[in-house]
Design a protein. Structure first.
Length: 98
């Protein structure tokens, strides 16, 4: 299973993604595709420069049961802490951007 969220997705990108997965809410796509299709869809998302940022969450065989990837300029970032993926919020007052 995969979930893709896109900030300000273009109509063209939304149309490309809905050929394979459902758009549950504007900019939120959900589906069950194989690894090859997941990779091709994610490449399309990352190559499209019309959006601010995107997040891919997909099922995998690890301790969490899923993995996350980000592209673009999202407000949050995925960080790996001892093999566990966490989300870091960019906020210069709390944590300097490194």
């Amino acid at each position: 299973m995969i979930v893709i969220t896109i900030e300000n997705a273009s109509n063209k990108l939304r149309g490309e993604l809905t050929k394979w997965i459902l758009e549950a809410r504007p900019g939120t796509f959900v589906g069950n595709v194989n690894s090859m299709v997941k990779d091709k869809l994610w490449n399309k998302v990352c190559e499209d420069t019309s959006h601010k940022g995107a997040l891919l969450i997909y099922s995998t065989n690890n301790e969490q049961g899923f993995a996350m990837l980000m592209c673009g300029e999202p407000y949050r970032n995925v960080v790996d802490v001892n093999g566990i993926q966490l989300i870091r919020v960019k906020n210069s007052e709390i944590m300097p951007d490194t």
